[in-house]
Design a protein around this ligand. Sequence first.
Ligand code: GLV
Ligand code: GLV
Length: 319
Amino acid sequence: MTKKVVVTRQIKDEHLNQLKEKFEVFMWDSAGEPLPREQFLEEIKDADAALTMLSETVDAEMFETAKNLKVVANLAVGYDNIDLETAKENDVTITNTPEVLTETTAELAFTLMLTSARRVIKANRELEAGDWTGWSPYHMAGTDVFGKTIGVFGMGSIGAAFARRLKGFDCKIIYHNRSESKYAADLNAELVSFDELLEQSDFVLCAAPLTDETKYKFDKSAFGKMKSEAHFINIGRGAHVVEADLKEAVETGEIAAAALDVFDGEPISKDHPFIGMDNMTLLPHIGSASVATRDNMVQLCVDNIMNVLEGKAPLTQVK
Ligand code: GLV
Ligand code: GLV
């Protein structure tokens, strides 16, 4: 019997056709809108594989429904949308897309840092609103990055690719991980405690995976330990942060600014408390969004599905 693959967002023909050559494929025909949950559960019932996004909750209810499922290929490096334990109990292989998105995501982190430091979005808004009254000495004056102390929470491959980009900036690099990072020596980066990271950094980057240990790690107490000049940058997950505490920290000047690519509950609407706040740079989760990298991520998902359905080892299994 032909095996069935469920693809939960529209992908390009060049990728889709590789699957279609060998399998029956259901593809949700929208690139923008997520596949409705009910339809996902319906289509997954007789599926052997699924190519999923962060927007799908791959949980016990889904595994219960999907009796034939062998592999879920998640189009992301993060997999906090997937219940790994239940996947294991059901003998379903989970794969993600590490490495192929590392440099692209690091570049977005760097973009957020510079944008926040130099108030780029606020300055652009002023200009476009017709409110630019002319040059003046401290107009839109921000802060420098060069020579500063940069703290990386989660010195994995993305954190390291970000830190590597600081080489021309003459920065001091410190980081916090559970243990020594294999990237640290090359970067001349110093392992410090979480509190030291908060106390010493001028820019704090959260690039860690979301786990029980890192969830809501950035709370009132954490922001309270940061310098009042510090900027907080998040490319990890929204749930690393207690958003009400971050709002208060920026509002009261406990920290200088925040630059975020991720939110606790996405997408956010224009009613979100962060919208319209001074000193907040907000992006709609575009960390790995270059065309070339998204192509590579989709191809990796396709390869993982092919491999598992053809009895070979997956390329990037989450264990
Ligand atoms: C995106 O956030 C990812 O985990 O790849
Ligand atoms: C993210 O933190 C990674 O290690 O790739």
